[in-house]
Design a binder for this molecule. Structure first.
Ligand SMILES: Cc1cc2nc3c(=O)[nH]c(=O)nc-3n(C[C@H](O)[C@H](O)[C@H](O)COP(=O)(O)OP(=O)(O)OC[C@H]3O[C@@H](n4cnc5c(N)ncnc54)[C@H](O)[C@@H]3O)c2cc1C
Ligand code: SF4
Length: 491
């Protein structure tokens, strides 16, 4: 095991992401050694640290001259090819084993996907439910609750009063080993984004299990209903906060799904909530991994809509008066976390509407979130959020005006902009850019049945309004943070 600096800089990583990985590694090393297993471990500051995973492996191969290298399928294509290349060069056989921390292997996903015209997540998810008998009635064919999907009951907002009696986040205080890593990261990676003041992520299996237990007991019953809702000053709401633990393999998705199922059978949580949660872990999580391995390495370069804008600088510091973006980005810098709808419908949506290059969007997400590993970040950003893959992941671009954000949050009430307006000094840039996106991509979107209604609405815009929107969008593109002041008027 090696704590190589390159892993913290190839994606410009949030300090919490670096601490999370290194602290989890040190705890794991200690566990193995306590269990009598000897580990060849290189710490960040060790004189023998070669700087990159490949160079470190090369040193080990030269020193230990092993017969072969056995590895678990890694979470990133570049790590797989990097290890294979070093072993090839050293003429050492390499054996890649299945990662048991997933239900569905890349091979099994390909078997499901081969020959299909489109890879709809919903059908993959149903297949998984049947295959593993999860939330199924005794006949093995009928879904629990009589329907596969409770999405319609899972789109609640908090209304005007906001969330009531929210349970605590349920995270854990860092122990001395983690605190030592925090000091080291603060010193070595001082110029990296984010702060460590609130680092409370689990880095051991015991802590991850306690976060899972807290979620099942206190948050799961409301998870489904408020899954898509957002609220100022409340970054965690009813979300489980287990993605990083799952991705670090401190938790196995099977035990997570089992505990949710048990909460349903014990009458502790309703089917709407449990199904909504199981859909995320058994459905989306397994599906995006299948997509990643099926389409890599080509996936990295896909850019269906020809997006060519740079990522706005304020994504790195949150310096914008636009309330939804400021709230999401400042929460991200504080915690290394934002929940799904903030990622998809605030930061992701804004980048999509602006026309930011998908690779720049991906690089930001990969560095800034504690749960980011390329197998899961890339399909979610480039695919689901930016529609860069032209519909492999999502059947249409996830676009909306500021009115969606108003409906699902209280952000607009503290924003100098008005989500109803597409033009003028008070116009919400999401609303302006939504119409501009439709105008810019009209001919391509016309071909997509699922976009028919949105494209048809364009016909109601006069030529004068179209021109005004295009002009205002250009103005937004030149100043995407709107940091020059709420009263500035496009000229
Ligand atoms: C643009 C974008 C980027 C994302 N990047 C990442 C990433 O780097 N790493 C990551 O783990 N998730 C990513 N997601 C998915 C999702 O947003 C996070 O898994 C979730 O917000 C983590 O918080 P939570 O554990 O509280 O999740 P909850 O809301 O409580 O959901 C439960 C679990 O379901 C799984 N899950 C839910 N949605 C997805 C999804 N779309 N893909 C994969 N797993 C999912 C996660 O393991 C999560 O822990 C991204 C989503 C978007 C839209
Ligand atoms: S008005 Fe627009 S920019 Fe402001 S918070 Fe609402 S959606 Fe975001």
């Amino acid at each position: 095991m090696a704590e190589v600096p390159a892993e913290a800089t190839y994606a410009w990583s949030h300090k919490q992401r670096i601490v999370l990985f290194l602290a989890a590694m040190r705890h794991f090393r200690n566990n193995l050694e306590e269990g009598g297993i000897s580990v060849d471990y290189t710490e960040l500051g060790d004189p023998g640290n070669a700087g990159t995973l490949e160079k470190q492996l090369q040193c080990s191969l030269e020193r230990d001259t092993p017969e072969r290298v056995v590895m678990v399928q890694p979470g990133e294509y570049r790590v797989l090819t990097g290890v294979q290349a070093v072993c090839r060069e050293a003429k050492v056989e390499v054996e890649v084993r299945e990662d048991e921390h997933f239900y569905c292997s890349p091979k099994a996903f390909d078997q499901w996907a081969d020959g299909k015209k489109s890879l709809v997540m919903e059908f993959f998810y149903r297949e998984m439910r049947k295959r593993y008998g999860i939330l199924m009635q005794a006949d093995g064919k009928t879904p629990e609750g009589g329907t596969w999907n409770f999405d319609k009951s899972n789109r609640g907002s908090f209304g005007r009063r906001g969330p009531m009696d929210l349970p605590p986040a349920g995270l854990v205080k860092p122990d001395p080993i983690t605190r030592a890593v925090m000091e080291e990261v603060n010193a070595r990676f001082a110029d990296h984004p984010g702060s460590l003041d609130t680092f409370n992520w689990p880095v051991t299996r015991r802590a991850a299990l306690s976060v899972l237990r807290h979620f099942i007991e206190q948050k799961l019953p409301c998870f489904g209903k408020y899954q898509d809702a957002m609220w100022g000053g409340e970054p965690f709401l009813y979300h489980s906060l287990i993605s990083a633990s799952l991705n670090l393999k401190l938790l196995n998705p099977r035990e997570v799904v089992e505990r949710a199922e048990r909460a349903f059978s014990d009458g502790l949580a309703p089917i709407e909530a449990v199904e909504g949660f199981v859909r995320q872990v058994l459905g989306w999580r397994e599906y995006v991994r299948g997509i990643y391995w099926r389409y890599m390495p080509d996936y990295l370069e896909m850019n269906e809509m020809g997006a060519d804008q740079p990522l706005p600088a304020f994504y790195w510091d949150g310096d914008t008066p636009l309330a939804c973006l400021r709230e999401t980005i400042s929460g991200t810098l504080k915690n290394g976390y934002a929940h799904h709808i903030q990622r998809l419908m605030v930061t992701g949506l804004y980048a999509l509407l602006l026309g930011v290059k998908p690779r720049e969007v991906e690089d930001w997400y990969l560095g800034i979130y504690v749960d980011a590993v390329e197998w899961v970040t890339l399909p979610n950003t480039l695919g689901m959020s930016q529609y860069g893959d032209g519909g492999i992941m999502a059947s249409k671009p996830y676009i909306a005006t500021g009115k969606y954000i108003k409906k699902m949050s209280n952000y607009c009430s503290t924003c100098p902009k008005n989500p109803e307006l597409a033009e003028g000094a008070d116009a919400c840039p999401f609303t302006t850019l939504y119409w501009d996106y439709l105008i810019r991509h009209e001919s391509k979107l016309k071909a997509n049945q699922r976009m028919a209604l949105q494209v048809r609405n364009l016909a109601h815009l006069s030529d004068t309004r179209r021109a005004a929107i295009r002009k205002q969008a250009e103005w937004v593109r030149n100043c995407p943070s709107m940091a020059i002041g709420a009263s500035a008027t496009p000229s």
